[in-house]
Ligand binder design. Structure first.
Ligand SMILES: [Mn+2]
Length: 333
């Protein structure tokens, strides 16, 4: 981390602090933010967690989540807190365009900015930067950061559960993005009484019937295999969104299912949302979906998980996918 000692001396003084994560916060965004929040509380700071938009309902159980400011619901409150913050932590995003309605406010805020993130192609907008693409999750990095500032003894059961949630979400329950370090971190969290079974159940066995029905619909009626049958596209139209009353978080994880087929190495999930087509890309092995996302779909991410968007129709988006994916796959076969 750059200037760690400077930051350590800075956080000795009780301060107003903003902890900000990205739009549509996932388990890692939420878990790392809430863990840091509680550590800072214990250090007698006055922290607040701010998300640009709402979180999926199945994370509601997480400790202190009810105290978070959602900028979509309270933009004024979010701006006021950021403006008076002495320190602004930015977690789990690599550039300010991931926090849209807050980005200007953060840019012009007087507080020192601290970035903790594991995404590639980081834009260096912060005063202190802790960026590590090999990390499994931002939660793992927040744990490391807590160790760097010598506050591991502050990690209680709630904080352990929050960090574990981040790690479990971003590794798909230890299926990808793992490294030797993350197992040591989890081992220590379990010693600090993280509720391992409960966290797993809350994340992976708490779907609604509607979500399972939607998954069935996607696989049975909305999945296209491309030539060579090593790449797939699942698409959802505006009508599907209406028919299934799809809400926040309902489509999470669908993109991963095609990869359970041995031959399929690349999976795309496309959704037609009000005036924007959104893409999720996942892959197995050495297929760099972040490059495809960057080169053709205004996006980016990690080698095996990336996202993008286009302002176009679903039809045109599908045509483009079907045109660019096969030659892309050929490059890596
Ligand atoms: Mn993450």
């Amino acid at each position: 981390m750059t200037d760690l000692n400077k930051l350590i001396s800075l956080i000795q003084i009780p301060s107003k602090i903003s902890i900000i994560s990205h739009r549509n916060p996932d388990g890692d965004a939420i878990g790392s933010s809430l863990a840091l929040y509680k550590i800072l509380l214990k250090m007698t700071h006055s922290p607040k967690v701010i998300f640009p938009s709402e979180y999926p309902a199945f994370y509601k159980w997480m400790p202190e989540l009810d105290k978070v400011i959602i900028a979509d619901l309270d933009l004024k409150g979010a701006h006021e807190w950021i403006e008076k913050s002495d320190l602004i932590f930015c977690l789990d995003f690599n550039s300010l365009d991931r926090v849209d309605n807050l980005s200007e406010c953060i840019t012009f805020a007087k507080g020192k900015k601290v970035l903790i993130d594991h995404h590639q192609d980081m834009v260096p907008f912060a005063d202190f930067i802790y960026s590590k693409v090999e990390a499994s999750s931002t939660a793992e990095m927040v744990y490391d950061w807590i160790e760097m500032i010598k506050k591991l003894h502050f990690i209680d059961r709630d904080i352990s559960n929050s960090l574990l949630t981040g790690i479990i979400t971003d590794t798909g329950s230890f299926k990808y993005n793992v490294n030797p370090r993350v197992f040591n971190v989890v081992s220590d969290l379990l010693k600090r009484e993280a509720d391992y079974d409960n966290v797993q159940t809350r994340i992976y066995n708490s779907q609604s019937q509607k979500q399972l029905d939607l998954l069935g619909h996607c696989i049975a009626n909305r999945m296209k295999l491309l030539e060579g049958k090593d790449a797939s596209i699942i698409y959802l139209s505006k009508a599907d969104f209406k028919d299934f009353q799809i809400g926040r978080g309902d489509t999470e994880g669908i993109v991963n299912y095609p990869l359970t087929v041995e031959k399929i190495k690349f999976s795309t999930f496309v959704t037609d949302q009000s005036n924007i087509i959104k893409f999720s890309f996942r892959s197995k092995g050495n297929i760099p979906v972040n490059e495809l996302a960057r080169d053709f779909f205004n996006g980016g991410g990690h080698i095996n998980a990336a996202g993008g968007y286009m302002h176009t129709s679903l039809n045109k988006a599908m045509t483009k996918l079907e045109k660019v994916i096969p030659p892309f796959m050929k490059k890596y076969n």
